[in-house]
Design a protein around this ligand. Structure first.
Ligand SMILES: NC(=O)c1ccc[n+]([C@@H]2O[C@H](COP(=O)([O-])OP(=O)(O)OC[C@H]3O[C@@H](n4cnc5c(N)ncnc54)[C@H](OP(=O)(O)O)[C@@H]3O)[C@@H](O)[C@H]2O)c1
Length: 251
């Protein structure tokens, strides 16, 4: 119960990595607020295991008032915010010249501006408390380019720099701002990527082969890394990009 009494907000907490992190934090004693657009997915997570403290807030992170309301909900329910996991994200693929400008904008509104706005509203409360842990879910593609995923990669790269700069801004105020950079993870996002592929088996084999470990990650392998970055025993760590990628970045 190493997170007993701690309050956490997880955007995109209704599925995939966000869901795994919500369950893991709650199993370790945290009071968790999961946020996302689909209420049914959020409700499912809240009801998944008895005895856990998980509540939900419907929130589109690209909408400023939704971000403000989510932070207010966590404060009114829990009286504090210790952890913010900016995990909500979308992906789409295609060569750059075929990407619609509106789609590019949507990617940045959700993957980058959403994380920025959640931080904007949560940080004043963390500063008042003299501590807080922010983890952004970037990607190995925030550190490396990848043909066909330029827009996604650019948004995740922006998140890397947002993480580093915010880490510097609040290092002396008790805040720790870090990012996880996962490789391929078995989540609905990855499933939908395979569904769109011409040959799903070949696409899976190709993606697995990119990882020196020869496989993709389970969402709980990323969730464990998020908990590590929010552990009070790891207080000297800020502005770091924790690659959980089966060895891709080492190549
Ligand atoms: N799977 C991978 O291989 C992989 C690798 C590296 C990084 N990541 C990152 O990990 C994060 C989680 O993705 P995942 O793999 O767990 O896939 P996922 O299951 O599709 O999760 C994405 C979550 O983001 C939420 N979301 C999307 N747009 C939103 C918005 N506007 N406002 C609020 N929530 C929104 C979705 O819920 P709603 O649709 O209900 O809003 C969903 O719960 C993403 O940022 C992704 O880029 C994934």
């Amino acid at each position: 119960m190493r997170f007993k009494g701690r309050s956490a907000i997880i955007t995109g907490g209704g599925t995939g990595i966000g869901e795994a992190t919500a369950l893991l934090l709650a199993r370790n004693g945290a009071r968790v607020l999961v946020a996302g657009r689909r209420e049914e997915k959020l409700k499912e997570v809240c009801g998944k295991e008895e005895g856990l403290s998980i509540e939900y807030k419907v929130c589109d992170v690209s909408v400023q008032s939704d971000c403000a309301a989510t932070v207010e909900t966590a404060l009114s329910e829990h009286g504090r915010i210790d952890i913010l996991f900016n995990n909500a994200g979308i992906i789409f693929s295609g060569p750059s010249h075929e990407v619609e400008t509106d789609r590019f904008q949507q990617m940045f509104d959700i993957n980058v501006k959403g994380a920025f706005m959640m931080c904007k509203y949560a940080i004043p409360h963390m500063i008042s408390a003299g501590r807080g842990f922010i983890v952004n879910n970037s990607s190995v593609l925030g550190l490396k380019g990848f043909a066909g995923l330029s827009t996604y990669s650019a948004s995740k790269g922006a998140l890397v720099q947002l993480t580093r700069s915010m880490a510097l801004e609040y290092a002396d105020k008790g805040l720790r701002v870090n990012a996880v950079c996962p490789g391929g993870v078995w989540t609905p996002m990855f499933d939908s990527y395979l569904e769109r592929a011409e040959d799903a088996d070949a696409a899976q084999e190709f993606m697995e082969s990119l990882h020196p470990m020869g496989r993709l990650a389970d969402p709980y392998e990323i969730a464990e890394a998020v908990l590590f970055l929010c552990d009070e025993k790891v207080m000297f760590n800020t502005g770091s990009m924790l690659s959980i990628d089966g060895g891709i970045i080492a190549k």
